[in-house]
Design a binder for this molecule. Structure first.
Ligand code: 1PR
Length: 543
């Protein structure tokens, strides 16, 4: 056996590895990076957090000359932790990239998710795991915990995986959610994004000589456990901007007006990193930052915002989304940057997803005009490189009432909340630049087009409801959930716990988001979770 050089991370330059580094740092272990094929021989333990598509990942490993050293590392018996694609590449191949060979350590292939229509793909969020073998790592992590998943391809239980399956999980069908045999441990879920349970799992991997050590006599493995359930996510959203004194603050608008009614000062509800850390501790399943004035400035020059992300990712171990200014930009000195470059900088700084607002509207307009997928839009490029799950579309719509669907070319709904002149129908007009500019396009068409172009999730705000505490616009949310097969995040208007349960019950979004009530400490996150749990919804327990 070689080694003696500590724990190494295999990073081939895609996605957010910062979170894995931060999770390892929490365990008090310092990390080295594989920089060349020779480095594999130096590693005692190896962590491989693969991201992107199966084919792109294998292709990159091949280009770097890493495939044989990686196979040799695994065969050497030194401990290996694969995360997400770091698990899938252990297989012989994947339906995602036909004809491309995987490492072939596990004698089975990765399949496409095929689930009933009402289930969104990617499988995104917090789900449980059923142990299939006794395991100390899993026992220490907490086998009854929920872990964060985000994937569109999966390992089915087959003869080839039988000796490997550490856990299975259910989402429409049962799949293998982690594997463990000998020196190899690999998870489909992201331990680095799975809160305290994930941190414990990583710590155990780092502490133990062998990841396949059996659990204690207390750890019971049942042959036919009840199916696990995906929990609807509860997201805390922080609108961030510079106030009139030049400080970066969390603010919150009423129908997008973030200035105090009397003084017209920008409302200051706290410091971004501290608030995000508080929401993580309180049990938020995800945290979203929206850089709400970035349409004016170049986000790459916005070093304080990037620093907010870096600092947050050291303290917050759930998924982080950042929105604002994801588009092609030109610095004041004339230097151009593509949206992909802007997004890449955000990912390097600790973001797991980027959210695209104004640019998504302009891209949709162009696509509807030309019918041509150029492959060059921010949505297509970021989705291609980082995967659809990393691309969220933030929609800022407002209601436009009409007496009859014939009065507009847009997609209308019959509303229970008639307009000022008794109009029984409305459509939802998209806006850009933080709601300042209405466009001739509706939210339904926008959501469908963005999904077609490669978006993985919709963050659905509502300008009429934002900051009103009057409850979500259930009609809007139900309509968009129906329009797309990707997850929809319901946003704007939450004022009390019952608003969350009503939204999940009637409109069935994948996630519910709120801002103002959390910032003003009117309703704590724990209280929302407790209420949802009492109403029979699956929730991720707060630790
Ligand atoms: O257009 O790609 O640069 O992105 C700008 C982003 O900033 C968009 O996602 C847009 O929604 C957001 N934004 C811009 N201006 C404002 C504003 O408020 N003046 N905030 C703004 C949007 C809505 C949500 C809010 C929910 C929940 N705010 O962020 O968190 O409505 O609020 P509530 O629970 O208090 O009701 P681009």
């Amino acid at each position: 056996q070689l080694g003696g050089g500590g724990v190494y991370l295999l990073d081939y330059g895609a996605g957010n590895v910062r979170s894995v580094c931060n999770a390892v740092a929490v365990a008090g272990v310092s990390l080295n990076f594989i920089r060349s094929a020779d480095d594999f021989d130096k590693a005692d333990k190896l962590i491989f957090p693969g991201v992107g598509s199966f084919g792109a990942c294998m292709h990159r490993l091949e280009e770097l000359g890493y495939i044989e050293p990686l196979r040799a590392f695994i065969a050497s018996g030194r401990p290996y932790l694969g995360i997400c694609l770091g698990m899938q590449t252990l297989f012989k191949g994947s339906e995602e990239s036909p004809g491309i060979e995987g490492l072939g350590v596990i004698d089975s292939t990765i399949s496409r998710f095929q689930v009933p229509d009402h289930l969104a793909v990617p499988h995104m969020g917090w789900n449980g795991v059923n142990p299939r073998q006794s395991s100390k790592v899993l026992e220490e992590a907490g086998a009854s915990s929920k872990f964060y998943f985000v994937h569109s391809f999966l390992a089915l239980p087959t003869r080839g995986t039988a000796a490997w399956a550490l856990t299975t999980t259910n989402y429409g069908i049962e799949f293998v959610s982690s594997v463990c045999k000998g020196n190899v441990l690999a998870t489909q879920f992201h331990p680095e994004k799975s809160g305290q349970a994930g941190l414990r799992l990583i710590k155990q991997f780092l502490l133990q000589d062998s990841p396949s050590e059996a659990g204690s006599a207390d750890m019971v493995v049942t042959p036919n456990p009840p199916p696990t359930n995906l929990a609807p996510r509860l997201i805390a959203c922080l609108d961030v901007r510079t106030n009139d004194h030049g400080d970066l603050v969390v603010t919150k608008g009423d129908q997008y007006d973030v200035r105090e009614k009397d003084s017209r000062n920008v409302r200051n509800l706290g410091k971004p990193v501290d608030l995000a850390a508080r929401y993580y501790t309180d049990g938020a399943d995800e945290v979203t930052f929206l850089n709400i004035t970035s349409f004016r400035d170049s986000p790459l020059r916005d070093q304080p915002m990037l620093e907010v992300l870096r600092k947050t990712s050291e303290r917050v171990f759930v998924p982080l989304t950042i929105g604002g200014g994801i588009r092609d930009v030109t610095d004041p000195d004339g230097t151009p940057h593509t949206a992909l470059e802007v997004a890449s900088e955000y990912f390097r700084s600790g973001a797991d997803k980027v959210s695209i607002g104004s640019d998504a509207v302009l891209i949709t307009e162009q696509f509807l005009r030309t019918g041509v997928k150029t492959g060059k839009s921010s949505i297509e490029q970021i989705s291609h490189v980082y995967g659809a799950q990393a691309v969220v579309i933030s929609v800022d719509p407002r209601r436009v009432y009409v007496a009859s669907p014939d009065d507009t070319k847009h997609h209308t709904i019959k509303t229970q909340v008639p307009g000022p002149n008794g109009e029984a129908y409305c459509w939802y007009q998209c806006t850009i630049k933080g709601g300042r500019e209405p466009r001739d396009i509706d939210a339904y068409e926008l959501a469908r087009t963005c999904e077609e172009l490669g978006a993985g999730e919709i963050l659905l705000n509502c300008m009429d409801k934002d900051g009103t505490n009057s409850g979500y616009d259930l009609e809007l949310i139900a309509d968009i959930v129906d329009a797309v097969s990707i997850p929809v995040i319901a946003s704007s208007g939450a004022g009390k716990v019952e608003h969350f349960s009503a939204c999940l019950r009637t409109a069935k979004p994948a996630a519910v988001l709120a801002a103002g009530i959390f910032h003003r400490e009117e309703v704590p996150i724990q209280q929302v979770k407790q209420h949802l749990s009492e109403c029979g919804f699956e929730t991720r327990p707060v630790e």
